[in-house]
Write a protein that binds this ligand. Structure first.
Ligand SMILES: [Zn+2]
Length: 192
């Protein structure tokens, strides 16, 4: 199943706007000064009424991931060549089964640090379900990080090229394996 390539999917906790810009609508909530998503879906700001809505992705069903499915997952722990991931959506369908996936990263170059971090949200592809383990890979441009924050200060980051991010708050530059849509979305953001 192919994910839509349009807007980046938002996941619970994603900051969408500030309460000065919008009021929270369906699928969102205010947390401090921020409006965040409470669901997996597409952000649909109502510009006329200044209301931020998130249209939920198709509702959860009983489908299990199959080989070649794209999944959205949250990184629970990460090492330079592998990571433990909780699958939160299969294709564009939310999964509430809390399935675990095992992401293997190609170890074909010496990295200074892990290219993904605990807490990141990623898109990955199911490459095997051997021994009832969901084996994941990030080998094409659809896959990679779709949401991450600065590992120095927790601030918002923008893409630098395809494999690094720069913090909008503190300027810290760090390695990340980024998905194509994150990079595109990032280009529309202001460079600090
Ligand atoms: Zn920072």
């Amino acid at each position: 199943m192919q994910s839509k390539k349009s807007k980046p999917i938002v996941v619970p906790g994603d900051k969408l706007a500030t309460i000065e810009e919008f009021v929270p609508g369906s699928g969102t909530a205010s947390v401090g000064e921020a409006i965040v998503s409470t669901v997996v879906g597409d952000a649909e700001p109502d510009m006329a009424n200044r209301v931020m809505n998130v249209k939920p992705a198709h509702s959860a069903d009983d489908a299990l991931p199959k080989i070649d499915d794209y999944i959205i997952g949250r990184v629970d722990s990460a090492q330079p060549s592998m990571a433990q991931v909780t699958i939160i959506a299969i294709g564009d369908k939310v999964s509430d089964k809390e399935l675990s996936g095992m992401l293997s990263l190609r170890d074909d170059r010496r990295r200074r640090s892990s290219p993904i971090r605990s807490g990141d949200t990623i898109r990955a592809k199911i490459i095997s379900t051997k021994n009832s383990i969901y084996h994941l890979a990030m080998d094409d441009t659809m896959t990679g990080i779709v949401k991450t924050v600065c590992s120095n200060c927790g601030g918002d980051v923008i893409a630098l090229g395809t494999d690094r991010v720069k913090c909008k708050e503190c300027g810290f530059v760090d390695e990340r394996m980024l998905a194509e849509d994150f990079i595109k979305y990032s280009r529309n953001q202001k460079n600090p």
